[in-house]
Design a binder for this molecule. Structure first.
Ligand SMILES: Nc1ncnc2c1ncn2[C@@H]1O[C@H](COP(=O)(O)OP(=O)(O)OP(=O)(O)O)[C@@H](O)[C@H]1O
Ligand SMILES: [Mg+2]
Length: 475
């Protein structure tokens, strides 16, 4: 099939029952020098015009396109030829059809049948008789722009002009249609490309949002880390001084008590007052002691949070770390919590063991605090997709849906002032991120909570790669 812009179909089907007419058409539409005179004469004789001079001028000296003429002598064979040409992809652009063609179909019947299979073909109805008038043809075919009615006698020029114009009209229409089809295909292709880029954009947006959330989280952690380090440092020195001065004070008071009991006469009524005062001092000291201890604990946690990168990378058995941590938490868990260990076959792998212990401790403590009376803490481990999976599930009170998205935020706690600092899970998050791992949570209020940690087994290589190309961990 040629390109739309190169369509130049000059194939013409001549449909007439008389052999001579075909010959004459050929001489007019495909003239060469030897035909020159003949055509002039023919134009005069056959078409009966007699205006040989003007015919000769018009027919011989015009550059005609190279028409390809094919002949059919009956309507039936004309229809067959039209069908075959269409199938072969070389349709006729024009058919010149005689009206009377005994014994077969007449021209009108032939045209009707041809138009049913090829609606684009241009038709010229040629007749010397008044068998049909234009109105009849109009009634038969309706208002069509591809049927012309030409009554004999007509001259050679007229035939040449019609052939030129109508074949050109066919070609223009075909080029326009192909251009439209090409544009439609292009539009379809562009639409598909647009849809694809749209989908890609949406995916990129999702990725971006995910990365943004991760970034905000890790930025929060980083800025909190340095703030906490500063605060811990600021508090550590004065609280150390308070704690040490407090124990000095306690021993001084003990000594003072001894001295006073030596000095005072037991019957002295001021002794009662002194005892009361000493009791007030003792109570105050106890409050100071527990307060100082609480502040010291907080400072320790803050410091461990802020100094996360001090620990070393080691290849260890993760189950050992879990067991050690359970041991440490034993006094917290022993009465209320049944611990179930379902350890899978997890090989030793490189990690920051002390940091992971802190992860476990924070999660165990949360579970402990979520179990209001008694319950179970189940720790499962396995290997999945080349990752170590650690599941920590409790049968505690669960986490409300609106809290779930905030639990890793530094400072988020539901445990009330003085109970929780809200740092436990943000520390966990940071440590897991540092291990290039992930932590997910599922929870149902009233049933319990499960934290699932996934850690890659090739942390060492990942850290090396990160160092080499200065990338962030993709948690
Ligand atoms: N296993 C759990 N069951 C129910 N709620 C939980 C669990 N783990 C965490 N939470 C919820 O997430 C909040 C944040 O936990 P996170 O450990 O960060 O802080 P915290 O326990 O409140 O305080 P901190 O750990 O600093 O003492 C908790 O206050 C609690 O509401
Ligand atoms: Mg906690």
């Amino acid at each position: 099939m040629p390109e739309p812009q190169t369509w130049n179909n000059r194939r013409i089907l001549l449909v007439d029952d008389q052999e001579q007419i075909h010959e004459d058409y050929r001489k007019i539409l495909t003239p060469d020098d030897s035909h020159g005179q003949e055509v002039d004469q023919l134009a005069s004789d056959f078409f009966g015009d007699g205006d040989t001079e003007s015919s000769a001028e018009n027919s011989n000296h015009v550059d005609l396109p190279s028409f390809q003429l094919e002949s059919a002598y009956q309507g039936q064979s004309a229809l067959e030829m039209v069908k075959q040409a269409l199938e072969a992809g070389i349709p006729y652009s024009l058919a010149l059809v005689d009206v009377r063609m005994p014994p077969g179909w007449d021209g009108i019947e032939t045209i009707d049948r041809i138009l049913r299979v090829d609606k684009d073909i241009q038709i010229v109805i040629c007749t010397a008789y008044a068998d049909y008038v234009w109105e009849d043809i109009h009634d038969k075919f309706g208002a069509r722009d591809n049927i012309l009615f030409m009554r004999k006698p007509f001259d050679a020029t007229e035939v040449q002009q019609l052939a030129c114009t109508l074949t050109e009209k066919w070609n223009l229409a075909r080029r326009a249609r192909m251009k439209v089809e090409e544009l439609e295909t292009l539009a379809d292709q562009r639409t598909r490309e647009l849809q694809r880029s749209n989908e890609e954009l949406q995916d990129a947006m999702k990725d971006l949002r995910r990365t943004q959330v991760q970034l905000i989280q890790s930025e929060k952690m980083a800025s909190l880390g340095s703030m906490v380090a500063g605060v811990a440092h600021e508090i550590n020195t004065p609280i150390g001084a308070v704690a040490s001065m407090h124990s000095t004070l306690v021993s001084a008071i003990k000594r003072m008590n001894v001295i006073l009991s030596d000095l005072c006469d037991e019957t002295d009524p001021r002794l009662k007052k002194l005892e009361k005062t000493m009791k007030v001092i003792g109570d105050a000291n106890r409050v100071i002691a527990s307060g100082t201890e609480r502040v010291t604990t907080i400072v320790k946690r803050l410091k461990s949070f802020a100094r996360l990168d001090e620990a070393e990378l080691k290849t260890v058995n993760i189950h050992q770390g879990i067991d050690d941590t359970l041991e440490i938490a034993h006094h917290e868990l022993k009465y209320a919590v049944k611990v179930v260990r379902e350890y899978g076959d997890v090989p030793e792998f490189a990690c920051f063991p002390s940091k992971l212990n802190q992860v476990f401790l924070n999660l165990f403590m949360n579970s402990r605090q979520a179990i209001e009376t008694t319950g179970t803490l189940t720790i499962r481990t396995r290997i999945e997709n080349s990752q170590a999976v650690i599941e920590i599930a409790d049968t505690g009170k669960g986490i409300k849906a609106e809290h779930l998205k905030r639990i890793f935020d530094p400072g988020f706690t539901t445990k009330g002032v003085g109970v929780g600092t809200g740092l436990g899970l943000s520390i966990v998050y940071q440590i897991i991120e540092e291990h290039f791992g992930t932590i997910d949570v599922t929870s149902e209020v009233g049933s319990g909570t499960t934290f699932t940690i996934r850690l890659p087994l090739d942390l060492e290589e990942r850290i090396e790669r990160k160092k080499a190309n200065g990338q962030r961990p993709s948690a």
